[in-house]
Design a protein around this ligand. Structure first.
Ligand SMILES: [Zn+2]
Ligand SMILES: [Zn+2]
Length: 374
């Protein structure tokens, strides 16, 4: 359907089909279109809603509901028309308008919004991108892969996740206090991977178990009775409660206790052992050793939220770089350094976008999907 100018009175002024459009949006919410997954955006509007709004603006008031849906599902042509979004955010409005062949102009105060939207509406040379990706992967892999392995006997395996926990010191009995919200790492409807609250030994159990006796120290662990709840950690030796805020200093207070690794294409879990801790310390030393070469780490402070929420600061995270441990800073800096060396602007920007998005899942405040066991 070819659209002309905006009618004097539009269809959406008469009847915006809120219920029917919401039903569509709910379906879309569970499976967003790939273009909208290229970078996180906060409270992104769904494309089905935006498409309905755009079409509703260009259809005259007297359009029937049936004709509205007909226009919605057939290909729409807004060529010759211009859509201006003065608060474009994640760019959904511009992408949908561009799909309908409109000229698009977007404005936003946030440079990240502008960057994401620019890439969403830009053409992408896939072949060139894949070729560059292979080169990038090869270069970065050589430098970093050896920091992400674990050793079992004489064999080495690739690690996909490291598990860290805050370690405090009990002011009453001087024991270490770990802030575990529960004592399992992964669970599906049949099995779970739990760990002993006293010695950390990992046990595979049926998923309906609530308690187990450790095969090593013979002590009981109640899997769902963690040592941490609502900001308070409890000493399992003497029962003393300690507020975690103000008593930890960011990543310095975190202890590596378990990891997830790949063997024969499948995922497994293990306790962190001396090798794993040594490897982390080695990465830390290498980070310090290479600090002259690493120049891309920002020194910006984390601003205190307008509502006065100072939780990062209360837990010792003052600068953005404090959200990452030294191994992450080392790896991310080397990756970014390699990306910045890409000469073609459009290709470099695609990798920068992916790099920016990956920071959300490669920092020390990430939560693991405990209830998703592959
Ligand atoms: Zn044990
Ligand atoms: Zn204690």
């Amino acid at each position: 359907m070819k659209f002309g100018d905006v009618p004097e009175h539009s269809f959406i002024e008469k009847a915006l089909l809120v219920k029917a459009i919401s039903d569509l949006a709910k379906l879309e919410g569970n499976s967003k279109r790939p273009v909208y997954a290229i970078h996180k955006w906060w409270a992104r509007r769904l494309s089905s809603v935006i498409r309905a709004l755009i079409i509703g603006i260009f259809l005259p008031e007297k359009t029937s509901e049936d004709d509205f849906w007909k226009a919605y599902y057939e290909s729409c042509d807004l060529s010759g028309l211009t859509i201006l979004d003065t608060f474009m955010g994640g760019g959904t409005c511009l992408v949908e308008a561009k799909k309908m062949k409109a000229n698009v102009i977007g404005v936003d105060i946030d440079p990240l919004a502008c960057f994401i939207t620019k890439k969403e509406i830009e053409d992408c040379n896939e072949l060139k991108l894949i070729r560059k990706y292979r080169i990038l992967l090869k270069n970065v892999e050589e430098e970093l892969k050896h920091y992400y392995i674990t050793r079992i006997g004489d064999n080495f395996f690739e690690v996909v996740n490291f598990f860290w926990v805050y370690q405090l010191n009990c002011p009453k009995c001087n024991s270490p206090v770990f802030s575990h919200p529960h004592y399992y790492l992964a669970k599906d409807k049949n099995n779970m991977v739990a760990f002993c609250r006293y010695c950390g030994k990992i046990e595979e159990l049926p998923s309906d178990r609530k308690m187990f006796v450790c095969g090593r120290c013979r002590k009981k662990t109640f899997i769902y009775k963690g040592s941490y709840k609502k900001g308070i950690a409890t000493c399992i030796n003497c029962g003393r409660s300690i507020a975690v805020a103000y008593n930890v200093s960011g990543t310095n207070s975190l202890k590596l206790f378990a990891l997830e690794y790949i063997k024969d294409g499948k995922r497994f879990y293990k306790e962190a052992d001396d090798y794993d801790i040594w490897l982390y310390e080695k990465a830390k030393m290498d980070f310090l050793r290479l600090s002259n070469r690493i120049t891309l780490i920002p020194e910006d402070k984390i601003p205190i939220n307008k509502s006065g929420d100072a939780r990062p600061q209360n837990h010792g995270y003052l600068l953005f770089k404090d959200l990452f441990n030294e191994r992450q800073l080392l790896s991310l800096s080397i990756l970014l350094d390699n990306i910045m060396k890409i000469e073609e602007d459009d290709i470099r920007e695609w990798f920068l976008l992916a790099f920016s998005d990956c920071l959300a899942s490669n920092n020390m405040l990430c939560c693991y999907a405990y209830d998703y066991k592959s």
